[in-house]
Ligand binder design. Structure first.
Ligand SMILES: Nc1ncnc2c1ncn2[C@@H]1O[C@H](COP(=O)(O)OP(=O)(O)O)[C@@H](O)[C@H]1O
Ligand SMILES: [Mg+2]
Length: 420
């Protein structure tokens, strides 16, 4: 029997840069296939091609052995291939049944007299709710009245309406709590038992090993590994993802030099509503993790030290032995700090400016004498950092928003960041 999905030789470029080259993916009937790879490896692009959201530049796709051509999502949906949206998109004021059947509302009558057939709609919605294990939920319930998590399951039911055979989940657990992940896995197993195939993208290897039958790894837009989940292990899969022996993942940091003095020493870091008297030190060449639940303040410590939020202060702070006062981002850059913002697209880069402009905009004083910009010095520094950060681009003039795996360095000090 042919595989349900067989993608071969898939190629895709954006603005002249290859994002996928010669990629293959097979999905068997009723299988859960995990699609893994580092950020920018091409996972979402491949799935957008499979779901008809993007068209491919090269390669073939067949469903049940029959070649198909997907130009718009409706073409893929007609073959039973559904991409689950990453963000919850529901209509709280409509009923659960309406939310499920939105794309395929059953009607009766004709012409001006055509109306939604509520009875049929609710019957079909009920069937789907039962398939999801939500037997207790009445299809008449107002969507806004059920919990966020149940809404998420109703959304899966919507994707399943119209006989979906393949459900694509692109990082579905990114914002779920642990119990919700468990429920999602129960639904995946339930759907699998009903013969539905699932492509599951996740960064959490533990989840992947729990839920998948096969693991497909992409690296730099190419196939980098195909594993039967129960016959492989985490280290082997990680190695395929990073293209390196896992033991060598952090070669420069494997043995931090503890004779080195502290590069950053902070005491009494305070930000009203977030941080009260936080102390920490960071040594040269060290990566220091800061962890806490959402809202604990961990996510604000870097921004506070950088002066990227108003009214942050510290009792005392030194950077490489020199006293540092929190006085805004300009002072931070001058002191040798760099900040890579969590929301890179909004805070980290100016997407229509070039790579070069993005890198030099926060460091203009370095490249200026009087009123002129030293283009040579600027170009050399930018070229060096394109190499050191392995940024894929045609050249330094490419708009950063279109660069592959562009790492935002807007705030970073080109000579290396003490803190990012
Ligand atoms: N619409 C687009 N235009 C330009 N580049 C894109 C577009 N979509 C994705 N890319 C680029 O393609 C590469 C792969 O992205 P993506 O498929 O989202 O990777 P993944 O999902 O594995 O993190 C990235 O470098 C990304 O910047
Ligand atoms: Mg992605």
């Amino acid at each position: 029997m042919a595989d349900l999905i067989n993608m071969t030789g898939i190629g895709k470029s954006f603005g002249g840069i290859a994002v996928l080259s010669d990629v293959s993916l097979r999905v068997g009937h009723g299988k859960v296939v995990a699609l893994l790879g580092a950020n920018g490896a091409g996972k979402s692009t491949l799935m957008k091609i499979l779901s008809g959201n993007y068209t491919r530049d090269a390669g073939e796709i067949s469903v049940d052995g029959k070649p198909v051509e997907f130009r718009v999502p409706a073409n893929a949906i007609a073959e039973g291939i559904r991409l689950l949206p990453q963000e919850l998109s529901v209509f709280p004021d409509l009923s659960v049944a309406e939310n499920i059947m939105l794309g395929a509302l059953p009607t009766r009558g004709a012409g001006f007299l055509r109306t939604v057939d509520r009875a049929v709609m609710e019957d079909r919605a009920s069937e789907l709710l039962v398939r999801m294990g939500l037997n207790w939920l009445s299809p008449k319930t107002r969507m806004g009245a059920v919990s966020h998590h149940v809404q998420r399951i109703v959304e899966i039911a919507r994707a399943m309406a119209g006989n979906a055979r393949v459900l694509i989940m692109d990082e579905p657990t990114a914002s779920l709590a642990e119990t919700e992940v468990k429920m999602l896995f129960q639904i995946i197993r339930r759907l699998q038992a009903q013969g539905v195939s699932i492509v599951y993208i996740s960064h959490y290897l533990k989840e992947v090993f729990e839920v998948s039958d096969e693991i497909v790894v992409l690296r730099d837009g190419k196939n980098a590994g195909l594993f039967e989940t129960r016959k492989t292990d985490v280290d082997t899969v990680l190695e395929a993802i990073v293209g390196n022996r896992v033991g060598n993942l952090y070669p420069d940091f494997a043995e931090p030099d503890h004779t080195e003095s502290d590069v950053v020493a902070v005491s009494g870091l305070t930000l009203e509503g977030w941080l009260r008297g936080v102390d920490f030190t960071i040594r040269k060449g060290q990566i220091t993790g800061m962890h806490g639940l959402i809202g604990s303040g961990a996510e604000m410590a870097g921004r506070a030290l950088f002066g990227a939020v108003p009214r942050a202060s510290a009792d005392s702070a030194t950077i490489e032995g020199r006293a540092y006062a929190i006085r805004g981002t300009r002072a931070a850059v001058k002191a040798g700090l760099g900040l890579v913002a969590a929301e890179r697209k909004r805070e980290g880069i100016i997407s229509m400016l070039s790579l070069r402009e993005n890198m030099s905009v926060s460091n203009l004083p370095r490249f200026t004498t009087g009123l002129t910009i030293q283009r040579k010095a600027e170009a050399a520094t930018v070229a060096e950092w394109i190499q050191r950060l392995t940024i894929r681009s045609r050249d330094a003039e490419q708009a950063i928003g279109t660069c592959r795996a562009a790492i935002s360095k807007r705030y970073a000090w080109p000579d290396g960041c003490s803190v990012t």
